[in-house]
Design a protein around this ligand. Structure first.
Ligand SMILES: [Zn+2]
Ligand SMILES: [Zn+2]
Ligand SMILES: [Zn+2]
Ligand SMILES: [Zn+2]
Ligand SMILES: [Zn+2]
Ligand SMILES: [Zn+2]
Ligand SMILES: [Zn+2]
Length: 279
């Protein structure tokens, strides 16, 4: 079990640490946990990102980020190079045991684990990793690629994806656009009964609807009858309420006088007279 710790991928290196980082495992330059840690010749720990940046600044890479410039053994100015910095196996081993949040946590991935398991998660089962869609040649989150992105029924279906109609499973290969056109005539398209608003709970395929209507004409008539009676009842109640309205607003039982509270609350004159004379 004492094998050399694996180098962590650039993506996994973006993960955020959950635990607090022990002081000795901090990168000297960025003061964050030193992932893929290197050690400079005189013992400074640097994360691989900082070391790379530091070494790229060719002109200023005269010293270790800590400011150390003298190297007692040589009279030359101390110059930091890759060969001066070695992978810090001990630090890497410890950092790999720390617990991190998945770098895709910002997109919604709830996964967290020790750093050493993060790369396996990212390459195999992180639903929020971007994967290549072979149809549109774009990068899509894995969980979308396996669902909405390749589902003709979804509004967010990949526009280049094609498959047979999922309802009739016909021989024709359709993309989202041609599928929508096809739907109008697809006999296997799921539909509700024409009288669903009246209360018929039947649902089935379009090609069964006609037969259902033939079989259920008495049921439909009865439902329609009840439905219309309910509608009429509702209208009656609304009408009665409208007639009561002026009396409810005022305790007067006699006809309203000018300048009484009806005028004060500005009930429209037309409405009042209408109610009064249409009893
Ligand atoms: Zn760093
Ligand atoms: Zn240093
Ligand atoms: Zn993840
Ligand atoms: Zn696509
Ligand atoms: Zn179809
Ligand atoms: Zn029906
Ligand atoms: Zn009949």
């Amino acid at each position: 079990m004492n094998q050399k710790p694996q180098e962590v991928s650039a993506k996994a290196a973006e993960a955020t640490l959950i635990d607090e980082c022990p002081e000795p495992l901090l990168c000297y330059s960025c003061k964050k946990v030193a992932i893929n840690c290197y050690q400079s010749e005189h013992g400074c720990r640097l994360c691989s990102i900082c070391l790379t940046c530091w070494l790229r600044l060719q002109d200023t890479a005269k010293s270790c980020p800590c400011g150390e410039t003298d190297r007692p053994s040589i009279s030359d100015e101390f110059l930091l190079t890759w060969t001066d910095c070695l992978p810090d196996i001990a630090a890497r081993r410890e950092v790999n045991e720390l617990k991190f949040r998945c770098p895709n946590s910002g997109c919604g991935c709830p996964y967290s684990s020790q750093l050493k398991h993060l790369d396996r998660h990212l390459t195999t089962d992180c639903n929020f990793e971007m994967r290549h869609c072979n149809f549109c040649n774009r990068e899509v989150q894995l969980h979308l690629l396996n669902s909405r992105h390749k589902d003709l029924l979804s509004e967010s279906c990949c526009e280049k994806f094609f498959a047979p109609c999922p309802h009739c499973n016909g021989s024709e290969m359709l993309n989202r656009q041609s599928f929508l056109t096809h739907l109008d005539s697809c006999q296997a398209r799921p539909v509700e009964c024409t009288y669903s608003k009246a209360g018929c709970g039947w649902s089935g395929c379009l090609d069964e609807l006609e037969q259902h209507c033939k079989d259920s004409c008495h049921l439909h008539l009865r439902l329609l009858n009840i439905f219309h009676q309910q509608e009429i009842q509702k209208l009656r109640e609304e009408l009665a309420k409208a007639k009561r309205l002026p009396e409810e607003k005022c305790a007067h039982t006699s006809l309203p006088e000018p300048n009484d509270c009806h005028n004060a609350t500005q009930v429209p004159l037309k409405r009042r007279s209408g109610v009064t004379y249409n009893k």
